[in-house]
Design a protein around this ligand. Sequence first.
Ligand code: ZN
Length: 334
Amino acid sequence: MRSSQQLSTIPKAELHVHIEGTVTPDMARLIAKRNNISLNPDIFSKDGTSYKWSGFIDLVTRVYQEMARCLQTSDDYETLMYDYLTRCAKEGAIYVEPSGYPGQCIVSGISYKDMIDGMARGMDRAKADTGIESRLTMTFERHRPDGAVSDADIILSYKHPYIVGLDIAGGEQEGDLSAFEDAYKHVLKEYGKPLGVRAHAAENIGPINGWDALHRLPLNRMGHGVRCSEDPALVQELIARNITLEICPTSNILAVKEYPDFKSHPLRKLYDAGVSITLNSDDPGLFGTTIGKEYQIAHEEFGFTEEELRAVTRNAIMASFADLETKERLLRKI
Ligand SMILES: [Zn+2]
């Protein structure tokens, strides 16, 4: 068994992380203080070191929203992006592709451009200090179908070169993908450059949602997708179409509670079947995890060897939405 110190030398890449979800309780309090905001103490555990929630919907609607309220300026987005990427770099990450919610700028009371420019400054600074590469994807919210059109308009209002893909997140039981099909199509058609396509699917609803995402969208990657493992035909379809799964082991167990423990989680099964899988932290600040910890879990709980972990990083770079030149440069580092 390798220690986390030894695994830190393995290059890592992360394709599934929500930028607001990277905010640790300490970072939330620091930014809130800077902005003279008092966050509801109910979102924190008694000792203040973690967040406190009861179930996935409580997490995304109450805790996440309350915590994200502290983000009010362009500089806040720079701070949290720089903080996250430099922490990832310390654990050996060479590439991270965070996602953001376009409508978050409205909650923050700033323009979309200011929010994206803030993130981009954090990305540039992190790259200058550590060498880490990063790109952004923008995310629709499944539980907010009436926001699909306005979110699409926001995304189209400012086409920053770092934005490379589209996603949809939120509780699968809360909304139907069909309500977002037109919004995806509209942005893909009007963006002026090709964007990668992702969707959170088959996380807490079974294979039927995996099929639904494949039928409705020109999908490149599936967020989670773990329950695709229950349908052998779907597993074969993922392989045939070269769809990469963004698997988030800790999140699957803590947030959705689809699996009671790592033993019952299908990570190994999907990898062994030949599906392109990647390792991700999802909302590391909320779940108390990191990309390094997820690699460690794959090693300790699922028996991934160092060579297999490097193969997982290769999957992530190849499935990333970065440009070809960047991908080739990163692949040479693995
Ligand atoms: Zn997610």
